[in-house]
Design a protein around this ligand. Structure first.
Ligand SMILES: [Zn+2]
Length: 508
């Protein structure tokens, strides 16, 4: 069985989950579910990034301990992922003892194998607590971090452990230019190659005066014990989740896919591979840098005050409709906008009127004309037409062209459109009136095969509604236990349909 270990970025424990967090989890979940339907051995890791100055400051403002703050937020995030049907296998937290041990083991391993990769240096620069990062001049506008215009930059002067990132310049250039799949989409890869060409600076790996973090395993020459810089310990979560330095976690390193936002591509495709190379450990196979969900053209962010309540969006048309809308409307290789009007339009047109209506009409006709039992039939032109869209669906989902989830949905929904056209042109009610039983059987069975395929193709995107349809059409077992490679032989003859509630009620 092919292993497929995929991860999302771990979410920073500062504020509630927003639509940007949700978009990434939903996209990764669709990919995880897609691979399960291929029959792969999937391990889907998500989690929380819980250390750092910002957490410490927020907890202090609330007058609670940092651990109490991150415990509360981890509960809120995991509850949100339950509501959105995120089928993760493991939830890592950087305050876990396993993570702490793994980070220290990783740094110790670098110190053993490439001791010159860490050195002490006095450093000064503008530090953005929002980013938990030192900012270069190009990232500062009007004296503020461009990503956090409401926060004040701090001038930080301290002596830290530095990681010799510059030593890995040639290694990283070879990695990114020699293996185009390592970082996609292409636009992200070009950005990173340009960054490498401008010259990589060494990065701070530890901080002083920060209590809320993981002790850096080696003290400074002065004897000062420092804390591991938050990014330097967050990135290894993907490795520590496997039980590193032992192999006793549920996942097996290396990961096949990291899914991250485009704003943190640099950390995942420059710093992280360099850290792994320094530790002489295998690299992840691929990194996908997705874009952002915008609201009226602006990025959602707590600091910029642009908000959309995820629970309100779920309440509007259900979790699956929100999953569908985000992945259909916001291209996974770029940015896209959320608007309530567009959400309502797509819900009505694509889900209620197209898919839901097709399902209810076909099931009603099998009940009316064949007492609820699917008759005998053989593959026809509709199966052949669907096969072309299904091939394109796979090409958009299987990684061969990257992860173009919006395109996969377009091809799945093309099958739905074709199904509705087929009902109109075949006019089963005319065949019933004429008493042409053979032709009516063929049409009804063809439509049932189409519905069954649609349920499987759309299951990664709308798992709960796909299962509801699967139940109504009398499919065997659970939809998530189906396998794509069986779809071409799918035969619904003998299935017993039972019309249930509308899949996508209007005025929900
Ligand atoms: Zn910032």
């Amino acid at each position: 069985m092919t292993r497929f270990f995929l991860t999302t970025a771990i979410d920073y424990a500062n504020g509630d989950p927003h639509i940007g967090h949700a978009y990434e989890k939903i996209g990764a979940d669709a990919i995880a579910r897609y691979h399960r339907l291929r029959g792969d051995d999937v391990h889907f890791l998500i989690g929380m990034d819980e250390h750092g100055q910002k957490v410490e400051q927020t907890a202090a403002q609330e007058g609670i301990a940092p651990q109490a703050l991150v415990d509360r937020l981890a509960d809120r995030f995991s509850a949100m992922w339950q509501r959105l049907g995120i089928s993760y296998d493991q939830f890592v937290r950087t305050t876990d003892a396993m993570h702490r041990r793994g980070v220290q083991a990783l740094i110790t391993r670098i110190l053993d194998r490439n001791p010159d990769d860490f050195y002490e240096k006095a450093y000064e620069g503008w530090y953005c607590v929002g980013c938990e990062a030192f900012k270069q001049d190009a990232e500062i506008a009007d004296g503020k971090c461009v990503l956090h215009p409401t926060r004040t930059l701090e001038w930080v002067e301290e002596r830290n452990w530095f990681f010799r990132l510059s030593r890995y310049t040639d290694f990283l250039r070879r990695l990114l230019s020699g293996n185009p799949q390592f970082l996609q989409p292409e636009s992200r890869r070009n950005e990173m190659l340009a960054l490498i060409d401008r010259g990589l600076e060494d990065v701070s790996a530890s901080r002083s005066r920060l209590a809320w973090g993981i002790p850096f395993p080696k003290p400074l020459s002065s004897g000062e014990q420092q804390t591991t810089y938050v990014w330097f310990e967050a990135l290894p979560n993907y490795l520590t989740a496997t039980g590193f330095p032992e192999q006793r976690g549920p996942a097996v390193w290396p990961a096949q896919l990291h899914i991250v936002g485009k704003d943190i591509t640099r950390f995942h495709t420059i710093i992280w591979p360099a850290m792994l190379e320094a530790a002489e450990l295998p690299l992840p196979a691929r990194v996908w840098g997705h874009g952002f969900v915008l609201f009226s053209g602006e990025r959602f962010s707590k600091s910029a005050g642009v908000r959309l309540d995820v629970d309100e969006a779920i309440a509007r048309h259900g979790a699956d409709a929100l999953r569908y809308f985000l992945l259909r409307e916001v291209p996974f290789d770029g940015d896209g906008s959320f608007t309530w009007e567009r959400f309502d339009e797509r819900y009505e047109a694509d889900l209620a009127n197209a898919w839901g209506n097709l399902a209810s009409r076909v099931i009603a006709m099998v009940e009316k004309y064949r007492a609820g039992t699917v008759p005998h039939g053989v593959p026809d032109a509709a199966d052949a037409a669907d096969a072309e869209d299904i091939a394109r669906y796979h090409a958009a989902m299987d990684g061969s062209r990257g992860y173009l989830l919006h395109e996969a949905l377009r091809h799945a929904m093309a099958c739905v459109t074709r199904g509705n056209e087929f009902v109109q042109s075949a006019a089963p009610w005319v065949l019933a009136k004429k008493g042409d039983d053979e032709a009516l059987d063929a049409v009804l069975t063809s439509l049932m095969r189409q519905l069954a395929r649609q349920a499987v193709l759309l299951a990664p995107f709308m798992p709960e509604r796909a299962q509801a349809l699967w139940d109504q059409i009398g499919g065997p077992g659970a939809v998530l236990d189906q396998r794509f490679h069986h779809l071409k032989d799918l035969d619904a003859e003998g299935w017993k349909v039972h019309k249930g509630d509308a899949l996508f009620p209007r005025d929900a």
